[in-house]
Design a protein around this ligand. Structure first.
Ligand code: PEP
Ligand code: MN
Length: 363
């Protein structure tokens, strides 16, 4: 009996090897077909051909497997062959560390973002008036912060809320930034406005709500400006990196990533800062990583420890909102810090040695 079992098993092993040989032969054929199709510019996936093959196979099915089982098995084989033909799509992403082990440094004016130092980007949620921007710009300059933010195109949840000053807002930011020797980061929501951005600002911000606006990502990929890409509020880290890949694969490698909190059931913060995303992104990608301490928390009282956590976790910088009079701000009134609070924050974080050496005092 056991002799019989051994004999059958030996036969089975032989069949397995024959099957393997046939599968490999089939795989080589699939690769050759893939090359011919590539030359002729034909789509790799051909559902009609698959149907034909399945029909032919099931017609000659001698049993004992029923046709559904045979169909299932062969579909697996077809899929594996297609994957083989499309192997190029499985190679490491351009944004991945496997592709580029060294850190990407994005030069914005004099600031080397992602270099050895840490970068602060600060400014009002929305650009409201020239005087408002000027007051903030002055404080930034005094604190050695060289990148000013401010929204001119505001993606607001309600259509009745302040939508931003648009082009006028960008020009206002430009004028004031030039007065103080600052560079401008501002959100663009429409691919058609990339040209305007190139004329007026220094860094294109793509906001959380637009992280998967693929046409906008492609337009940013074709731009000569660096891009500050924020994580979607329900995006996984992988989806975030794919969004960055859209920009980089379009030819623009100057991308900065920003974790800005994700949506959870927690109500005591506006979003939940996913601090683990920071070391994960640094590990998986060579792009600079920021943490937005304002939108991730939605409150002022924990911004300092959150900033410390972000920098300790390896972030290359932080983004925060500063407004001369947050109580009357046209957007995000509850979370922006005023200028004395911003100054105290900067002093604290500098005293702890967390910003050196990229943010020397410019006074
Ligand atoms: C912003 O930074 O102005 C903003 C709208 O943030 P987010 O896109 O992260 O919500
Ligand atoms: Mn805001």
């Amino acid at each position: 009996m056991s002799h019989e079992l051994d004999r059958l098993r030996a036969q089975m092993d032989e069949v397995n090897l024959k099957l393997l040989e046939l599968l490999s032969h089939r795989a080589h054929l699939a690769q050759s077909i893939g090359q011919v199709k590539k030359k002729q510019g034909i789509h790799r996936f051909d559902p009609e051909r698959e149907r034909d093959m399945l029909e032919r196979i099931t017609k000659s099915n001698p049993g004992p497997f029923d046709n559904d089982t045979i169909r299932h098995l062969f579909k697996q084989i077809f899929k594996a062959s297609l994957d083989l033909q499309q192997k190029n799509h499985k190679k490491a992403l351009l944004v991945s560390r496997k592709q580029q082990p060294e850190d990407t440094v994005v030069q914005v004016g004099e600031v080397a973002v992602g270099g050895p130092g840490k970068t602060v980007i600060a400014g009002p949620c929305s650009v409201e008036t020239e005087e408002q921007v000027r007051e903030v710009a002055r404080a930034l300059r005094q604190q050695g912060v060289r990148l000013i933010r401010g929204g001119a195109f505001k993606p607001r949840t309600s259509p009745y809320d302040f939508q931003g000053l648009g082009e006028e807002g960008l020009r206002m930011l430009r004028r004031v930034a030039d007065e103080f020797g600052l560079k401008v980061v501002s959100e663009i929501v429409n691919p058609a406005d990339i040209e305007l951005a190139e004329e007026t600002i220094d860094v294109i911000q793509i906001g959380a709500r637009n992280m998967q606006n693929f046409e906008l990502l492609k337009a940013a990929g074709a731009s000569r400006l660096p891009v500050f890409l924020k994580r979607g509020m329900s995006a996984t880290v992988e989806e975030f990196l794919f969004a960055a890949e859209y920009i980089v694969s379009g030819g623009n490698s100057r991308v900065m990533l920003c974790e800005r909190g994700i949506r959870t059931y927690e109500k005591w913060t506006r979003n939940t800062l996913d601090i683990s995303a920071v070391p994960l992104l640094k590990q998986e990608s060579h792009l600079p990583v920021f943490v937005d301490i304002t939108h991730s928390t939605g409150r002022r009282d924990i911004q300092l420890p959150v900033a410390k956590a972000a920098l300790a976790a390896g972030a290359d910088g932080i983004m925060m909102e500063v407004h001369p009079d947050p109580a009357v701000a046209l957007s995000d009134a509850n979370q922006q810090v005023d200028i004395p609070q911003f100054e105290a924050f900067m002093e604290d974080i500098r005293n702890q040695g967390l910003l050196q050496p990229a943010e020397p005092m410019l006074r």
